[in-house]
Ligand binder design. Structure first.
Ligand code: WQD
Length: 356
């Protein structure tokens, strides 16, 4: 199929592009590069040996989206583009609602204009809030507790209304738990701007020596060791979940919701131990106050995805930590100043058409 990937230069987007290309799909990538690097797409091309159109497009510029749809036949859209930092969303809610919600409305408008009716949307377990009954099932109550989570929930509801008005649309909502890890090559991975909000990239930067110590947010939760418990899922497992959604469900009209998690919960201290084992480095830490908005425990019931998509996570936490560490060692400063620079690419960059 010909797949438009929005936010394809991002952490999950770039890993999904690799899986799509290796499965034989044609892709077109749009990204505004506000929170991602073109270098990630150069490496996708090098890893797969394939080139693909790339457009620097912001979803708030509807005309630019239309130009891409006019230039390329599109069978389905995988929609990753969006701001995703919980803390930042509380500081700049309007930026999050405009970028995530208005951007998605623009995208759906253009899809309608070009008669494209298949959409896979990058949602999040954050829509469940902090008080759900574990493990979380897709029919659990939803109650977002921060602006970022509210944008995801609003978009899910908008898409349900789009389907109600257009019953020939097929929409898949994928609720991610905690994506971590990196492609086995170590060439692409998570490259957050500034100070990482999330546990794994922060821990990797401590291990490589770029940060002094890890602050563990809360040691007094009602959990096995007092620290927060999460369902960490390898980003490549997450990527293959998108392929299964495209293969199995995106041809069936309706709105189909799936948790993409492993069904296993690991505490922060367990992840510290796992990362120390994978990296051979010790992770100095201090236990500080809880982070506002954090749930004590959050992990998935992934049975629906297994039954209906034929998908399940295949990689364990040791592999997630090993792959994260390999990426960090090869790219101590992320894409910006990594050892691999564009001039070493095996194909002419001109094939990666960065055009308006
Ligand atoms: C994991 C655990 C923290 C950092 C968020 C979003 C979610 C998704 C993934 C976008 C918690 C603890 C963390 C640190 C710590 N993002 N922690 N020290 O908050 O579960 O989920 O990111 O889709 O939507 O909500 O992930 O990695 O920030 O935290 O102790 O420096 O690690 O308290 O228990 P989270 P996280």
């Amino acid at each position: 199929m010909a797949i438009l990937v929005t936010g394809g230069a991002g952490y999950i987007g770039s890993h999904t592009c690799i899986e799509l290309l290796q499965k034989g799909h044609d892709i077109v990538v749009i990204d505004n590069f506000s929170n991602s690097k073109q270098e990630a797409l150069r490496r996708v091309s090098r890893i797969t040996g394939k080139t693909f159109p790339i457009y620097a497009v912001d979803l708030l510029q509807k005309r630019d989206i239309q130009k891409v749809f006019a230039a390329h036949p599109i069978d389905a859209v995988v929609h990753f583009a969006g701001l995703k930092a919980v803390g930042e969303s509380a500081l700049f809610p309007l930026r999050y609602f405009q970028n995530n919600v208005t951007g998605t409305v623009n995208l759906c408008h253009v899809m309608m204009e070009f008669n494209v009716k298949r959409l896979v949307f990058s949602s999040s377990a954050t829509v469940y809030g902090a008080t759900g009954q574990m493990p979380l099932r897709e029919d659990a109550a939803v109650h977002a507790i921060n602006p970022y989570g509210r944008t995801k929930l609003m978009i899910e509801e908008i898409l349900a209304d789009v389907y109600a008005a257009n019953p020939d649309w097929s929409i898949v909502l994928l609720r991610y738990f905690n994506p971590i890890g990196a492609h086995e090559s170590g060439e692409i991975g998570e490259d957050p701007n500034g100070v990482p909000n999330n546990l794994l990239p922060y821990m990797a930067q401590v291990a490589i020596g770029n940060r002094q110590q890890l602050s563990i947010y809360g040691g007094d939760y009602e959990t096995k060791d007092g620290t927060g418990v999460r369902d960490y899922i390898h980003v490549v497992d997450l990527a293959t979940g998108h392929l299964k959604a495209l293969e199995r469900t995106v041809h069936i009209p309706g709105v189909h919701t799936y948790n993409l998690g492993t069904g296993n919960g690991y505490s922060v201290l367990e992840m510290v131990a796992a990362f120390e084992g994978a990296s051979g480095r010790s992770i100095p830490y201090i236990i500080t106050n809880r982070r506002p908005g954090d749930a004590a425990v959050c992990y998935a019931d992934p049975r629906k995805a297994k039954q209906e998509l034929g998908w399940q996570a295949m990689r364990g936490v040791e592999r997630m930590c090993m792959d994260t560490w390999r990426w960090q060692v090869k790219n101590p400063h992320g894409y910006e100043r990594s050892r691999i620079s564009a001039k070493h690419l095996s194909h002419p960059l001109s094939e990666l058409s960065l055009q308006k």
